[in-house]
Design a protein around this ligand. Structure first.
Ligand SMILES: [Mg+2]
Length: 224
């Protein structure tokens, strides 16, 4: 449906990265294993991507076999360790594609302009491009494939994505958009009423924001 529309209309297709095109769980698992090594918790050597359900480190540690009390005791130090690494260029290289995403973005690129519109800040650019390249995604090299990064890490993602709407509008008409955050895909639907907006039902920041009525929600890109 989306591809038919893009083939007839062209324009821009917006893709969020984290939890939309890319699965961050390998990045999270690596960080938690390294935390275990540095803080003397051998039980964390077993942490795998599948142990992550959302963003709780306590849940991941418990799923990897740690007792609840131990996971709770480690959580503050683990969270600080995670925070220092998760939002970095080096660690984001470990992300892997969501199912069907690579093939889908290539199909889109044949018909429309691909815009990776992400809350990652500009210092994460090199690792992001490396990850897109090694995963097989179209890489942002010219005006047909663009990467829009948040100018400053301190800028709230919501504010950045609002600002980015004006940047995107200057590039051309938006025909479709994909994002896992209800707040963001709802905003795109408001700002670009002509676009087909699709929600990725992977995970999100946990805020109790409902998806606007009529926005389709898909678990991956196998059915788009
Ligand atoms: Mg996201």
């Amino acid at each position: 449906m989306v591809l038919d529309r893009l083939r007839s209309k062209g324009g821009l297709c917006l893709f969020d990265l984290d939890s939309t095109l890319l699965d961050n769980r390998p990045r999270q698992a690596l960080i938690l294993r390294e935390f275990g090594e540095q803080f003397g918790e051998p039980g964390l050597a077993q942490v795998e991507p599948r142990h992550f359900e959302g963003w709780s480190l306590v849940v991941a540690m418990r799923n990897a076999g740690l007792p609840e009390a131990r996971a709770l005791a480690l959580e503050p130090e683990a969270r600080a360790f995670w925070h220092d690494r998760f939002f970095t260029s080096d660690y984001c290289r470990h992300d892997v594609p969501i199912q069907g995403a690579v093939e889908f973005v290539h199909s889109v690129a044949e018909a429309a302009t691909v815009v990776y519109l992400t809350g990652r800040h500009s210092e994460m650019g090199p690792g992001t491009v490396d990850c897109l390249s090694s995963s097989g995604f179209p890489i942002p090299t010219d005006e047909r494939v663009r990467l829009l990064l948040k100018p400053e890490q301190s800028l709230h993602d919501d504010l950045w994505k609002e600002q980015a709407c004006a940047v995107v509008r200057a590039l051309g008409p938006v025909s479709a958009a994909f994002d896992n955050e209800p707040a963001h895909i709802n905003r795109y639907r408001e700002r670009f009423p002509e676009a087909l907006c699709v929600h990725l039902d992977t995970d999100h920041s946990g805020r109790p924001i409902p998806l606007a009525p009529g926005i389709p929600s898909v678990p991956n890109f196998l059915l788009t």
